[in-house]
Design a protein around this ligand. Structure first.
Ligand code: FES
Length: 146
């Protein structure tokens, strides 16, 4: 049996890519397509993540994950509740320098040190960290990029 959770909201942000840290271990094979090694598949705007794939171990141990290949940030709220966001920083679009502060519920972009709340509505420098809709079905988390 699966449990479904929906989260959604929207706001700005651009997709320029600027260097940065590389703070994740997700993906493999350059993140894309329907390969079996990455732990996720793509179909249109949907990215379907196999939560029990070893590439996502850090999501469970750290409580968050940067799937940088798809520019998706994920927070694990509980075993049945996850929340997804764009991985593109609202400031200048860096997607590889994130860290997460669970006590203040915000992501910090190491590119310029700006922080962004995970409430889908509070603006940081450059705008709101956009939330993506997601749904959980068993061990599959579907994130819809919008
Ligand atoms: S690009 Fe993220 S803080 Fe500037």
């Amino acid at each position: 049996m699966g449990v479904t959770m929906l989260e959604s909201c929207s706001s700005g942000g651009d997709d320029d890519v600027v260097g940065g840290g590389g703070n994740n271990n997700g993906g493999g094979n350059n993140g894309g397509g329907n390969n079996n090694n990455s732990g996720y598949t793509k179909s249109g705007n949907n990215v379907v993540i196999s939560l029990n794939h070893s590439n996502f171990n850090n999501l469970h141990s750290n409580g968050w994950f940067n799937l940088y290949q798809e520019k998706i940030l994920i927070i694990k709220i509980s075993s049945t509740s996850y929340k997804a966001f764009t991985g593109s920083c609202p400031h200048q679009g860096t997607h590889t320098a994130w860290s997460y502060n669970g006590s203040s519920n915000e992501f910090v972009c190491g590119q310029h040190g700006n922080s962004y709340k995970t409430d889908c509505s509070s603006a940081g420098v450059g705008g709101v960290l956009k939330c993506y809709e997601s749904s959980l079905n068993g061990n599959s988390l579907t994130v819809t990029k919008s």
